[in-house]
Design a protein around this ligand. Structure first.
Ligand code: FAD
Length: 360
C-alpha cells in the first residue's frame, strides 16, 4: 500500500556506508529503525564512481564496523569491490531498508519528525541524515561558460575515458578525483590540467592509513579541547595510487593555473594565451545533499547544518552522518565513520530513554 506509514524509533535517510555503519550500532540496541535509500540497489555513491576508481587504502583500512571487507585482487580495492562489500554487509545484518525511496521533506510534528517521500510518510523520534554529497556536484563560476560548445561533464557522471579518445580534454580540479581521472584520460587523449594552486602530492609511501591517523589525531585533539595546527593531511591531497604514479612517469601531471574565460571553442587567459578544448571534465567537488531538510530551518547560509559532534544544534532529534570534516574528521570515509556512528547511536539511545515531556 503506497500510502502506508509506520513509526520506527529511528529513521536513517540514505543507504550508503554512513547509514550502514550507524545501523550496525543501532541493531545492537533494541530500538526499531528503518533505512530509506533512493538507489535501486546497495552501494550509495560508489554506484556512481568511475569504473577505474581506486581506494586510498587496503581493504582492512577501507571497512566499516563489525565485518571487514574481503581482501580484493588488487592492492587497494576498486569501486566494484566496495559495492560488493556494502551489498553483502546489508544482507549479513539483515537491515530493514526500503528502496528506492527519495525523501523530499522532513517536518516537525510535536516530539516527532515526519519524513515524506513521493506518496508515503513515516514518523520517528530520532532522524539520521546520511545522504552524502554525490547528488550535489559543484561547478565553479567561469566567465563565458554558456558560450562554450564542447562537451562538459562533472566527475559525478564520469564513467571511463572512452568518449574522450583522441580529443583535447581539460580536467579542472586538483584533488584525488582530478588526478585519477587525468591519469586515465591521458592514456587516450591529450590533456590539460587546471588547478587553483600547484597540486599537493603526498609522498609515495603515504596512503589512506596515514591520512586516517592524522584525522584521528585531529579528532583526539577536538575531544580534549586542544587545537592541532596541521595544515597537511587533508583528504584534498593527492594519494599516489598506481595509475597516478604511472601518469607522473609519463610526465602528464603538470598543472596550469585557472584561465580567465571560456570561448565557444576553448579557454583563454588574460595574457592572451588560448587553448582549444574539445571537452571539460569538472573534478571540482561536491556539496552536502540536504534539500530534504529545508523545512526544518536548520540549513545555514554555507549549506551545512550547525552541529555539536554529529547532532543538530537547532533540532536535537536530528543527526548528520558522514558529510565531511564538519561532521567529524574523516567521517566521509569507510574506516573513519565508525567512531561517529557509535557515538551517534549512544546519543540516540539516550534520548529515546528520556521520558517524553508532558503534552500541553
Ligand atoms: P553516499 O555513499 O553518497 O550514500 C548516501 C545515499 O543516500 C546514496 O545512496 C544517495 O543516493 C542517497 N540519498 C541522497 N539523498 C537522498 C534522499 N533525499 N532520500 C533518500 N536517499 C537519498 N572513501 C573511503 O572511505 N576510502 C577511500 O579510499 C575513498 N577513496 C575515494 C577516492 C575517490 C577518488 C573519491 C572521489 C572518493 C573516495 N572516497 C573514499 C569517498 C567516498 O566515495 C564517499 O565519501 C562515501 O561514498 C560517502 O558515503 P555516505 O554513506 O556518507 O554517502
Amino acid at each position: 500500500d503506497g500510502s502506508s506509514s509506520s513509526s520506527p524509533d529511528v529513521i536513517l535517510i540514505g543507504g550508503g556506508q554512513s547509514a550502514l555503519a550507524t545501523a550496525y550500532f543501532l541493531r545492537r540496541t533494541n530500538r526499531s529503525f528503518l533505512i530509506l535509500d533512493d538507489q535501486e540497489r546497495a552501494g550509495g555513491a560508489w554506484l556512481h564512481g568511475w569504473s577505474s576508481l581506486r581506494l586510498f587504502s587496503p581493504a582492512a583500512w577501507s571497512s566499516i564496523a563489525g565485518w571487514q571487507m574481503p581482501t580484493p585482487q588488487t592492492d587497494t580495492p576498486t569501486r566494484d569491490d566496495v559495492i560488493d562489500y556494502l551489498s553483502r554487509y546489508e544482507q549479513r545484518y539483515q537491515f530493514p531498508i526500503v528502496r528506492p525511496v527519495h525523501v523530499r521533506s522532513v517536518t516537525r510534528i510535536g516530539d516527532q519528525l515526519e519524513v515524506r517521500a513521493e506518496d508515503r510518510t513515516w514518523r520517528c523520534r530520532a532522524l539520521v541524515s546520511a545522504t552524502g554529497t554525490w547528488r550535489q556536484p559543484v561547478v565553479p563560476e567561469y566567465a563565458g561558460r554558456e558560450l562554450y560548445q564542447g562537451l562538459q561533464i562533472h566527475s559525478a557522471r564520469y564513467v571511463n575515458a572512452e568518449p574522450f579518445a583522441g580529443k583535447r580534454v581539460m580536467v579542472v580540479g586538483g584533488g584525488n578525483s582530478g588526478a585519477q581521472i587525468l591519469a586515465e584520460l591521458s592514456l587516450v587523449a591529450e590533456t590539460i590540467w587546471i588547478t587553483q594552486q600547484e597540486p599537493a602530492f603526498l609522498p609515495d609511501d603515504v596512503d589512506g592509513r596515514v591520512l586516517f591517523e592524522r584525522a584521528t589525531e585531529r579528532w583526539r585533539a577536538q575531544q580534549e579541547g586542544r587545537s592541532v595546527e596541521d595544515p597537511t593531511g587533508g583528504f584534498g591531497e593527492i594519494v599516489m595510487v598506481e595509475p597516478v604514479k604511472d601518469a607522473r612517469a609519463r610526465g602528464v601531471l603538470a598543472a596550469q593555473r585557472p584561465f580567465a574565460r571560456f570561448t565557444a571553442s576553448g579557454v583563454e587567459w588574460d595574457d592572451g594565451h588560448y587553448e582549444q578544448i574539445d571537452a571539460v571534465v569538472w573534478c571540482t567537488g561536491f556539496k552536502p545533499a540536504l534539500a530534504h531538510l529545508d523545512g526544518l530551518g536548520v540549513i545555514e547560509p554555507d549549506g551545512r547544518v550547525e552541529v555539536d559532534g554529529t547532532r543538530s544544534v537547532k533540532q536535537p532529534n536530528l543527526w548528520l552522518m558522514g558529510y565531511g570534516d564538519w561532521t567529524g574528521p574523516a567521517s566521509a570515509t569507510l574506516i573513519g565513520v565508525t567512531r561517529y556512528a557509535r557515538a551517534t547511536v549512544e546519543q540516540i539511545d539516550q534520548m529515546l530513554a528520556e521520558p517524553l515531556p508532558a503534552a500541553g
